[in-house]
Design a protein around this ligand. Sequence first.
Ligand code: ASP
Ligand code: MG
Length: 437
Amino acid sequence: MDGFFVFIPLLKISMQIFKFGGASVKDADSVKNVSSILKNNAKGHTVVVISAMGKMTNKLEELVNAYFHKGPNCLVLLEEIKQFHRGIAAGLFGVKDHPVYNDIENVCVELLWAIEEEPSFSYNHHYDQIVAQGEILSTKIVSAYLSDQGLKSYWLDVRDIIQTDNTYREGKVDYALSETLVKARLLPLFKEYSLVITQGFIGATSENYTTTLGREGSDYTAALLAYFTDAGRVVIWKDVPGVLNADPKYFKNTKKLDDLTYHDAIELTYFGASVIHPKTIKPLQNKNIPLEVRSFLKPNEPGTIIKGSGTRSEVTSYIFKDQQILLSIMPKDFSFIAEDNLSDIFNLFSKYNVHIHMMQNSAISFSVCTDDDPQKIEPLVEELGNDFKVLYNEGVQLMTIRNYNPDIVAKLSEDKMILIEQRSRHTLQMVMKETKN
Ligand code: ASP
Ligand code: MG
């Protein structure tokens, strides 16, 4: 025998991904709360994915619109954005000299340059370059505060690891390339740091332009990072106690669902339950990584756990989607919709990135309920207009009830005009309009 090897099993330190949305970093006190959650819960290796602060993404959208459509108030909006972040910094660091004020200034100078030039790309392209800065500002501020609190962390630009195609505002993630980049650039950081702070929602193209992954996409970023790092869990910290059976905006007595299967979770979010982004579940399901939805206001409560095993939830759940539009599409030549036209119609929906929430067809008509986003709907309707007559009904609401029963349906459709309806064994969907009395 010419020797033997002793294998010492390497202790695998588990990885977890935490995601904090805009509401969890909306002011200085909220950022302090995030820091205390991290102090108590960031054991092992933690990647912290953070969104833009408060409603800053909406504000940046206003800035993009003002810039692109040559509105008068670009500079006013930019100043508001700057002062909002300076205000939070002042609440965290005082008005003393702190390098974070330079960080804020630098990002705002970049924004200023962006809006000083004439638009030379598409609206969506400019949108992404501008709106993404909300996440940059927010992570700079949070990471500076954590350092001041003695929590050593590394600030990582997520655009160095999440690569997408150039579908602006809806970047399609290149899994293979992003995984390689995560392994090369993110994992080695854990030799020195146990905490990495990065942005949700944004990525980069191969030409180094910024892309975004769709509104509320930070949950998806967290799930992707979990997938690429084989994390042990993802925790999404929210201002609700977990996944509820209805939006508390519409219902007084909501119930928290303690656990859910991936299947239930993807159905609920697909139909519009806004608690997590619908794209979040797939990467987690693919690697069987559990997702916890927990309250940042009550960080010791267990929240909701979403995982692979378990039984189908029987709780009745209600999902409302407002600001919907119902399109009815009819071939001008009276040809059958399904056999002759559907693939062309679907191609156009995909070309303009219009997501179908519900659809129904008859012999010569196809109805679709979708978000009423004029930026997408107007060009879609224009191109459809070549071959089809398109009618639309604006200001409609899509209601989805999982585990419905007749009493509930009757009650919820009172005083409403039902435009279309669809039932399967567990799910009922209705597109409705308020009837004016
Ligand atoms: N800040 C982005 C948004 O508000 C992404 C996110 O919050 O997940 O849409
Ligand atoms: Mg948000």
